[in-house]
Design a protein around this ligand. Sequence first.
Ligand code: SF4
Ligand code: SF4
Length: 374
Amino acid sequence: MKSKVYFTSFRTNPELNQIQKLEKLVKAAGIETIDFKDKFTAIKMHCGEPGNMAYLRPNYSATIVKIIKELGGKPFLTDSNTLYTGKRNNAIEHMDSAMGNGYSPLSIGTQFIVADGLKGLDYIEIPVDGQYCPAPKIGSAIAEADAIVSISHVKGHEMSGFGGALKNLGMGSGSVAGKKEMHCSSKPYINQDNCRSCGMCAKNCSQHAIIFTPGHKAFINKEICIGCGQCVATCQFEAAVADRDEQLNILNCKIAEYAKAVVKDKPNFHIAIIMDVSPECDCWCYNDVPVIPNIGMAASFDPVALDCACCDLVNNTPILTNSNTVTDRYVKETCVCDKDHWKLIHPDTNWQAGVEHGEKIGLGTREYELITIE
Ligand code: SF4
Ligand code: SF4
């Protein structure tokens, strides 16, 4: 049975702007059928790392907050702390970052709450009988919520291939211990032929897992590495690379199991914004030129179908000639991606593993019907 995914483009006019289109989209997709009355509703989003400019503007979240309030719910915006260095690995800096990027109570109409607390230690285990993660460690504020709504920015990701609903829900809701559990099977390595000894990877490694050989080449101590992927995103010379074997597939499977835990036994609804599709995650303090032009917004009750629809929409859109897919990769990679932009950007990753596993564990289906809203 196909899941319905509703879609609207970014084409607007004076009588129907982007925010009005978002409201029209989610209502057409059925958000009003959820009983939000007096329900604490976690809106899982990502406020963007300071310095990143591709993150979603707060206006999208504010629109969903307004709708849920009108339906009688008690919405709050939320995300969990990160594993790596940066400005979102504890609640104080995370909330400062959210505020700095415009997610103030005034602009969003509610509070931004860090789901796993001050140091990322507040979590609740939710049993899902997963193949890899039997009881995902979900940030308490998300685990305790009565309903879940996700707003995901669609973009590339250096470890999972792309970031959409599953990544936002699964990895994004995991506490620090949960993120370690997901990442522990996906430790990168250094291709020493490419290493220019610039030191950026070591500078950004929160675990001090990168040392330098007598020849001044970087080397990862896998006993210490937690597989967060920051060195992969930081290295500009394709020397720190994700491991090509099954480990990245397993990472995506774990993310799907965490996503299943987040929505388990709760009404849930999912929104994806396909704009500023940067090659890397919003977790980094920079963003490169988008890979494709802005496309539009999509919504569904099924996060697996939503991810599949978004990937198809992205892959059916020609890449921008000034993006890294052309300038840095296309001309020098022998790529067997067959129009898979995520594979072109991150050849070592396999995003399909996540949606396949999501379908296998009953989180949703890869079969979808795309319904376009004007
Ligand atoms: S960032 Fe890349 S090039 Fe620089 S030291 Fe690390 S692995 Fe080598
Ligand atoms: S070596 Fe890379 S993946 Fe491992 S902890 Fe350090 S930054 Fe993260």
